[in-house]
Design a binder for this molecule. Structure first.
Ligand SMILES: [Zn+2]
Length: 237
């Protein structure tokens, strides 16, 4: 009975306060004081006034923000240094990379026919005899201008090089490049075959001056001029 009376009195007091609004008014006043423009300015948080357009409020850095900025700067510098080192490494590798290579590595083939008269006609290439399926490679950087079946070649790949010559690879049983493809020296382009006018597995290697329609020149001379001399056709190499 007594407890219930106390509860009732408290409830009555509360309802009186709420009805009068005194408590809320007091809280509102104190909030206004706390967040007055003057105080915010003093705290370095900028006033409530809107800044003229184009002007950005500067947020002062505390210790932690400055450390974070320094650390971010260090990270950026580290990334930049790493990238520069990587670029230097790539440039060194590119400089050291052979620009001209034999289409078949030494030891994987034997020269079986030269740039010379043969069988009442003229043989315009150098034949490199190797087992069927032996992978062969582009002799230099260039663009594939032919890749596919072609008459006596059986299959042929032609690559035009920036030095103004075109290399020709014939009789292959497999072709791993397409017309228009850019290739690098030493890039796998095909596998040795025995297609077309051929009497055994070998790579017919030919060099033309200019583009694919150019004059056929002695591949042995071309190989020597490009720093990859090959023995097997007399005085060359
Ligand atoms: Zn040949």
């Amino acid at each position: 009975m007594l407890a219930s009376a106390v509860v009732g009195a408290t409830a009555a007091a509360l309802s009186t306060a709420t009805a009068s609004g005194d408590g809320l008014a007091a809280m509102a006043t104190s909030a206004t004081v706390l967040h007055s423009p003057t105080q915010e300015t003093a705290l370095g948080m900028g006033g409530p006034e809107t800044l003229p357009s184009g002007v950005t409020a500067e947020v002062p850095m505390n210790g932690r923000t400055m450390l974070a900025a320094a650390s971010a700067r260090n990270r950026v510098e580290t990334i930049q240094a790493t990238r520069a080192a990587k670029a230097r490494q790539i440039a060194l590798i590119e400089a050291a990379r052979p620009k001209w290579l034999l289409p078949l590595p030494k030891g994987t083939f034997t020269v079986s026919s030269c740039f010379a008269p043969r069988w009442g006609t003229f043989h315009y290439g150098v034949d490199m005899a190797a087992p069927g399926g032996t992978p062969f490679y582009s002799a230099g950087d260039g663009i594939v201008v032919q890749a596919g079946p072609a008459g006596g070649y059986g299959n042929v790949i032609m690559i035009e090089h920036p030095d103004g010559t075109t290399t020709v690879y014939g009789h292959e049983e497999k072709i791993f490049v397409e017309v228009g493809e850019k290739v690098k020296a030493g890039q796998l382009i095909g596998a040795v075959g025995n297609l077309g006018q051929s009497t055994g597995y070998h790579l017919h290697f030919e060099v033309r001056t200019g583009d694919e329609t150019g004059e056929k020149q002695d591949p042995m001379d071309w190989l020597s001029e490009h720093g990859i001399p090959l023995a097997g056709c007399g005085s060359e190499g």
